[in-house]
Design a protein. Structure first.
Length: 153
């Protein structure tokens, strides 16, 4: 019998309890306008097969291929952005996925986020954890006030 060891427990995860409807939360991840409200200026297509490109000014861009864009689950895969300057951690992010599970919870929504493949083995771990922590707080702020704290705001 062979056994395998999963590193999924090491992936960056966050759980947010938001005072917004599941539809409002889902909209933050399924369109460029939605992503721009909490992460940074974003262009592109948030539907399955589309690409979203988020700009971080002089730091470059992150590009994500949309693998799932349903009302209860959104999944992006980090890709190399064509014709743009990628951020410094893009190489480490290639092949990783960002998973947003959107679960109705009472009068609000529980958002379960996992950046699958973003583990302690990556050089960017500390800076990426700090950044994701900041942007998760931006999602919370948006859900509570209607205004997030995206890059460049």
């Amino acid at each position: 019998m062979t056994s395998t060891t999963s590193t999924r427990a090491e992936d960056f995860t966050a759980v947010l309890n938001l005072p917004s409807s599941p539809e409002t939360v889902s909209a933050l991840f399924t369109s460029a306008a939605g992503v721009s409200r909490w992460w940074g200026p974003t262009e592109g297509d948030g539907t399955v097969g589309g690409t979203l490109v988020t700009s971080f000014g002089d730091h470059g861009v992150n590009a994500m291929r949309v693998l799932e864009a349903g009302p209860t689950r959104v999944v992006w895969e980090s890709i190399t952005p064509d014709g743009t300057t990628p951020t410094g951690h893009t190489q480490e992010w290639l092949g990783t996925t960002m998973e947003f599970d959107i679960v109705p919870a009472g009068a609000g929504t529980e958002l379960r986020f996992r950046h699958a493949g973003l583990t302690t083995q990556l050089e960017c771990w500390d800076s990426c954890v700090a950044a994701w922590t900041y942007f998760m707080a931006s999602i919370e702020t948006f859900a509570k006030t209607g205004t997030g704290t995206p890059f460049g705001a």
